[in-house]
Design a protein around this ligand. Structure first.
Ligand code: HEM
Length: 399
């Protein structure tokens, strides 16, 4: 009997930016492989770029966590318990709820926020310059910047950041106890429900108030509105924060690339650096989870209805058929077709915002702190191997 590899797979020691080597071997060996999850289930792993996009665009696969065969790999959350917005739902309900927020993330709307984001970034750098050194860049910069931005957009008081950051961390930590995760979900749902009540009574100029307006009109239930708020609050700060800190570390470890970025005043280079770092680092490293609801063929392999699929976009972003010399960080390359934001109907709704924030950060931080460097040896940095989002726990730097 063949022993199947346990998923998630370990990264190689000393190669914190590269996907696990076993993923590359599987990609070379064939389009699909079976893996084993902690609960003993054995879903298919999709490793090649073209197959990944085909699966994620296929209406015969479902993202509904409650369907039998969904490759969760852990005890199922209680049915009817608190949900995280529409990310784990299927169309048409997914599309209906998603439509309620897409306008707020349209490129034009996001561009109008750029000066405010620039101000937030500049103020935080002023504080870094005035404060003690060394400093943890995660705590002092990478986490506050996207948290301040999403709070502004949603209309969530930033003074509550300890509360929502801590609960978000529990929800996305793979090793969190199921009871702790459910409690964190409940806490955030109650918090957003309370905020929704306040926005219903006193609407302001923010996204939660717009959702409250839809509750008022009967387009949305108050519960759905609160759950969308939870999703946007979590997705809006955790991912971008990890991209800021891990991206900075990757650049510090690739000084020639950092110099290219720092020395250029071309916004197109900054934009392409953002795409390349998204591709190269691929922080949502536990794969897009799906279950087949009808028989379908992927890469010549028949997948039966009810079988689980994990689309490993981290190795898709390193597929040589889609990116030349894929393991090289090359800020000038065109990497915009990467799958760091997923693909298909669930493709990241916040991507214009994430892109703009990262452009402001990467285009500002290293110019204003030209001597930025690690304050500890690189091998002392600890990485988030146990979370749905990869990154560093702390990044001690000086400048
Ligand atoms: C660098 C930052 C980010 C990365 C790498 C990222 C990545 C992703 C990925 C891979 C998905 C697809 C999930 C799937 O197919 O199962 C996704 C979905 C989503 N993201 Fe992001 N994201 C980022 C920033 C943001 C921001 C700033 C927001 C805004 C609040 C956001 C909101 C969402 C939402 C609401 C979904 C669910 C979309 C749906 O199911 O239709 N994300 N994100």
């Amino acid at each position: 009997m063949t022993v199947l590899p346990e998923f998630p797979l370990p990264r190689a020691a000393g190669c914190p930016f590269d996907p696990p080597p076993a993923l590359r071997e599987m990609q070379q060996a064939g389009p699909l492989a079976r893996v084993r999850l902690a609960d003993g289930s054995t879903p298919w792993l999709v490793t090649r770029y073209d197959d990944q996009r085909a699966v994620l665009a296929d209406s015969r696969v479902s993202a509904d966590i409650e369907r039998p065969g969904y490759p969760l790999g852990a005890p199922r959350p209680p049915s009817g318990g608190p949900k995280i917005g529409f990310i784990l739902m299927d169309d048409p309900e997914h599309a209906r709820l998603r439509r309620m927020v897409t306008g707020s993330f349209a490129v034009k709307r996001v561009e109008a926020m750029r000066p405010a984001v620039q101000r937030i970034v500049d103020e935080r750098i002023d504080q870094l310059l005035a404060g003690p050194r060394p400093v943890d860049l995660v705590e002092a910069f990478a986490l506050p910047v996207p948290s301040l931005v999403i709070c502004d957009l949603l209309g969530v008081p930033y003074t509550d950041h300890d509360f929502f950051q801590q609960n978000s961390r529990t929800i996305i930590r793979r090793t969190a106890l199921p009871a702790d995760r459910t409690a964190a979900m409940q806490a955030l749902n109650l918090y957003l429900d309370d905020l929704m009540g306040r926005k219903l009574a006193e609407p302001a100029d923010d996204l939660l108030s717009q959702l409250a307006g839809r509750v008022h009109n009967g387009e949305l239930t108050r519960q759905d509105a609160a759950q969308i708020g939870v999703l946007l609050l979590i997705a809006g700060h955790e991912t971008t924060a990890n991209m800021i800190a891990l991206g900075t570390l990757a650049l510090l470890e690739n000084p020639a690339q950092l110099k290219v970025l720092r020395d250029s005043d071309d916004p197109r280079l900054v934009a392409s650096a953002v795409e390349e770092l998204l591709r190269y680092l691929h922080i949502t490293h536990n794969g897009r989870r799906r279950v087949a609801i009808e028989d379908l063929e992927v890469g010549g392999q028949l997948i039966r209805a009810g079988e689980g699929l994990i689309v490993a976009n981290d190795i898709g972003n390193r597929d040589p058929s889609a990116f030349e010399d894929p393991d090289r960080l090359d800020l000038a390359r065109n990497a915009r077709h990467h799958v760091a934001f997923g693909f298909g109907v669930h493709q990241c709704v916040g991507q214009p915002l994430a892109r703009m924030e990262l452009q402001v950060v990467y285009g500002t931080l290293y110019r204003r702190l030209p001597d930025l460097r690690l304050a500890v040896d690189a091998d002392r940095i600890s990485f988030k191997h146990d979370g749905a989002v990869y990154g560093v726990y702390e990044l001690p730097v000086t400048f």
